[in-house]
Design a binder for this molecule. Sequence first.
Ligand code: 2AM
Ligand code: CA
Ligand code: CA
Ligand code: CA
Length: 260
Amino acid sequence: MQEIVHEIKSWIYEASERIRASIASNQLTVCTKSDRTDLVTNIDKETQDFLMTKIKNFDPTAKVLGEENNQNHLTDFSGTVFIVDPIDGTMNFVLEQENFCLMIAVYEEAKPSLGFIYDVVKDVLLWGGPSIGVYRNDERIDAPANKGVAEGLLGVNAGMYGTNFAHVREIGNMALGVRMSGCAGVELIALILGKRIGYISNLSPWDYAAGGVLLQTLGLKMSNISGDALNLSDREFFVAGTPKAYEEMTRLLQKDEKVS
Ligand code: 2AM
Ligand code: CA
Ligand code: CA
Ligand code: CA
């Protein structure tokens, strides 16, 4: 376990040096994918290729699921699977040059084993897994206080807040405030560190895989908004929170009909 943790951390720090250098050189190639808000840059693609090469050198039998470069479909989760989001929060990366993360998860026989979320600009790495606990850089962390919705901030996906999810807005009104960072990794770090009581979004497996390992290790809760386990295959409406807030949120969200 120590060896793989050491390896993955070295990949993350090496990749993040290249990401920082790309910001400094101010030479990004930005393309759109499905629509004008769905961006990908040369750095997303290069970082994924870099991680892919490292993974394959480390474990040639491992499978990889990643957002870019046609690696975004995997049906067989047997054996060791690495789930990679090279840059989570690409819009922020392009427009803010902050509030983006690099995320890697390792699943063994479809069970969570290790998760890494690295906030590149803040230099905060949350990492760990069920057999080793959760760490913020070098410091072991405990589960955050089990606060209810009314006792903290709610992270949400802006698209969902603006559409017909009446109960998402109701939960937002119950909370002390709503935050929309535009980056799943930033929100999941904030939840794990006790700066949010929950996060509601619309996410793909690489958006929640790493965070999911860490949440589960700390006894925090996550599922789709129907309360079912996330399937690691499709984009799903996602809810995560402290145990108390999660119960309150899922009770309300299950009354919401999905309206596009
Ligand atoms: P990405 O930058 O890696 O694509 C924004 O709400 C969060 O959801 C980001 O973490 C973003 O990750 C992810 N996301 C991916 N596709 C999205 C989409 N089409 N609309 C909104 N969010 C998306
Ligand atoms: Ca994307
Ligand atoms: Ca993402
Ligand atoms: Ca991404």
